[in-house]
Design a protein around this ligand. Sequence first.
Ligand code: SAM
Length: 446
Amino acid sequence: MSIDLSTSALTQLQAGHLKYEYRGIPALKCPFDLAIYTKLIWDMKPRTILEFGSFKGGSALWLADQVTAFGLNTLIYSFDINVVEWTDPRIAFCKFDASDPAAFITSEFMATLPRPFLAIEDGSHQYEHVLNVMRFVDRFAQGGDRLIVEDGIVTALGIADSFQGGPLRAIHEFMAGASDRWARDEGLNDFYGPNMTWNPDGYLLRLEDRLPERLPNYAQDGLQTAHNNGFMADPRFQKAYARGVKAAGADYSWHWRVHVGLWAAERAMSVPGDFVEFGTNRGFLASSIMEHLAWNATGRRFMLLDTFSGIDERFVSPVERQIGVLERNQRDIDSGFYALSVDDVRTNFAEWPKAEIIVGPVPLTLEKLTGEAFAFVHIDMNCAPPEIAALRFIWPKLSPGAVVLLDDYAYNGYEAQKLAMDRLAAELGFSILSLPTGQGLIIKAG
Ligand SMILES: C[S@@+](CC[C@H](N)C(=O)[O-])C[C@H]1O[C@@H](n2cnc3c(N)ncnc32)[C@H](O)[C@@H]1O
């Protein structure tokens, strides 16, 4: 929808705007928009106005006079790369650069502003700058806040190319990914006719936050809960999980465990070091993680250790023999759950050159595990002695803040692993968070 005025009419109006002054100070605003602003300010009664782009300060002065006339106690901040030098006690003129708003305006400032706020983007009109400001405002906006993006009219004026596509390009790109949070205010945009404004599609309203969706109760993989499992509906989670299913050739229905694994891996990205998994099998979790974190861009190695022939009997403890770990191992081999072909596993991981597969039984393969700094460890060998050997080996190499995830720590039927891990925790001085998924979580102290 574009404004129904000829380019020549628009160009003449634009010439008028460019020479408009308010109380002797240039204030480049279209009269239609001044009227819309007046109505909007009265209707929404903003408690804060944030103007990005002060120019000479004329609009800020006009805004201050409006709120004063309406008897509102509104804070007004006007940001610009060139800070306005004259002063008015009602306006704070501050420095910012639209290339990186967050470098100038703190999260604390934005988060504690009196609400609702009216944010106005009226800076360089360069597409990138506009998008930066929109994204910055979006991070802090709450239901009822508003954002006006000025001067999308440059498109109808035929001069958008000088602005990398200008505000309209930024608005449309932003809204394509934000329609769950922001709505075009039809009433204001189309007040004088469709987009009959210098700010086409620029009057935006932040929608009320929707309460998290309530999905059917989670009841699988030994965990039954009525608590929110909304992560299952997250497309990013679904994509990662689907990659795990592809690796395994089966859905193990262990979504919550994978959710924990993805969270843990993501957290470990803020810690230096490689990732390692002891007990990879067909690579369900590791593939989900690598998909989730766009592994090839991380530059990190992901070391994957497995016998690729099931549990090595030599390393099964007496108590595990008593409780039937060998029989379970045989069942996992017979059912085809355990990978017996390392070639298939290599094929699965071929898209990630830095996935390094080490074949053979832990602890005998530990000497092949090179590297001195690790950020993430997943331990899932279904057998206590190699798990203990693995954690004992890797512990001194973990960076401060590294995450260790134990797949079976609290899982029903895997008590021998829990007992052994609790002993190691006491010896090495770490504590294990027991999760209702059956997993155990350890963070290496900083
Ligand atoms: C439950 S599976 C691992 C599942 C895998 N983490 C996933 O996400 O799909 C357990 C794996 O541990 C391996 N394993 C058992 N004992 C081992 C040992 N001593 N050394 C290396 N791998 C071992 C088995 O071959 C099996 O593939």
